[in-house]
Write a protein that binds this ligand. Structure first.
Ligand SMILES: NC(=O)c1ccc[n+]([C@@H]2O[C@H](COP(=O)([O-])OP(=O)(O)OC[C@H]3O[C@@H](n4cnc5c(N)ncnc54)[C@H](OP(=O)(O)O)[C@@H]3O)[C@@H](O)[C@H]2O)c1
Length: 250
C-alpha cells in the first residue's frame, strides 16, 4: 500500500481528478471510523485528520459543484466554498468557475434564516414543489436562491438534470449519511472517496449511508486507489463496478 508521504501533490491531484463525462459524475466524500460510524460526538470532524482535510480540499478544488444535505451544512456550519489560489489557474483551464457553487438539499426547508451562508450568490437550495410555502418565503426574504427538483422531495434524477443543464458535471457530494443513501439508492453514486479513521466509536452513530436502501446491483463498487499515512488513516477511492461512459480524466 502506498504511503501518503510517498505520493507527490501532482500524483494526488491526478488520482482525485473527476473522470470527464458528458453527464454529471457524482462522487461522495465521507469519513468513517473502523466500526463504520459517520460521526464521533455528533460530528464528522472528530474522525478527520490533516490528511483527510487535504484530500477534502483537493476534491473541492477539482469539483464543478458541491452538493450536501442541508442538515449537514447547518450542523457542520458550512460556509460558502473557497478554493486555494494554487488551484485557480487549473480550474480556469478546465473551464470551471474559480470557486464551485454549493447546493444545499432540503425537502422541509427547515433551515434557520439567520444561517448566513444561504444568502451567498454561490449558494443554491435545491428543494421540491411541495416544500412549505412559509419556509420558502422566509428563506427567500433572507436572500436564498431556491430551485425545485421534484414534487414531494428532491428527485436525485431531476437534481442531476439540473446540474447537467447548468454545465456542472464533476459533482462532489459531501453527505450527510441520509442524503448519500438517497443518491446511492437512485443508482447515481459513481464514486466514493472514503477516509477510514483508525478509531472505534461504538454507540449508535449513523453509518455513512443511512436510510434509503441501496439495491445490491447499484451498490457494488471496486477499489481504485488506496493510500495510508503515518497516523494509520486509510484513504480509499471507490468506483462503481459497472462504470458508465467515462473516458479520460478532466
Ligand atoms: N462522516 C462523514 O463524512 C459525514 C459527512 C456529512 C455529515 N456527517 C454527519 O452526519 C450527521 C447528519 O446526518 P444526516 O444523515 O441527518 O445528514 P444529511 O444527509 O445532511 O441529512 C439529510 C438532509 O438532506 C436532505 N435530503 C435528503 N434526501 C432528500 C430528498 N430526497 N429531498 C429533499 N431533501 C433531502 C434532508 O432534507 P430536510 O431538510 O427536509 O430534512 C436533510 O436536510 C451530522 O452529524 C454530520 O456531522 C458525516
Amino acid at each position: 500500500m502506498q504511503k501518503a508521504t510517498d505520493v507527490t501533490t501532482d500524483r494526488l491531484t491526478a488520482t482525485y481528478l473527476f473522470p470527464a463525462s458528458d453527464r454529471p459524475v457524482i462522487r461522495g466524500n465521507m469519513v468513517a471510523s473502523i466500526d463504520g460510524a459517520a460521526t464521533a460526538n455528533g460530528k464528522s470532524g472528530g474522525l478527520a485528520s490533516d490528511g483527510d482535510h487535504q484530500i477534502f480540499h483537493l476534491q473541492r478544488a477539482l469539483a464543478d459543484v458541491i452538493v450536501v444535505g442541508a442538515h449537514t451544512a447547518v450542523v457542520e456550519g458550512y460556509r460558502p466554498p473557497t478554493v486555494d489560489q494554487q488551484y485557480i489557474a487549473d480550474r480556469v483551464e478546465r473551464g470551471q468557475n474559480a470557486v464551485p457553487p454549493l447546493i444545499l438539499v432540503s425537502q422541509s426547508l427547515n433551515i434557520p434564516d439567520d444561517y448566513a451562508t444561504i444568502a451567498d450568490p454561490g449558494v443554491i437550495i435545491a428543494t421540491c414543489a411541495e416544500a412549505p410555502d412559509g419556509a420558502r418565503k422566509r428563506l427567500q426574504a433572507a436572500g436564498a436562491t431556491l430551485v425545485d427538483c421534484g414534487e414531494t422531495s428532491v428527485d436525485p434524477l431531476l437534481l442531476a438534470d439540473e446540474l447537467h443543464r447548468r454545465g456542472l458535471r464533476r459533482v462532489l457530494c459531501e453527505g450527510g449519511p441520509r442524503f448519500l443513501a438517497t443518491i446511492a439508492a437512485a443508482g447515481l453514486l459513481d464514486e466514493l472517496a472514503l477516509t477510514v479513521s483508525p478509531t472505534l466509536v461504538g454507540g449508535d452513530a449513523q453509518r455513512i449511508a443511512h436510510g434509503a436502501a441501496v439495491h445490491v446491483d447499484r451498490g457494488r463498487m471496486r477499489l481504485r486507489h488506496l493510500i495510508s499515512d503515518d497516523e494509520g488513516y486509510l484513504y480509499q477511492l471507490w468506483e462503481r463496478a459497472d462504470p458508465r461512459s467515462t473516458t479520460q480524466n478532466g
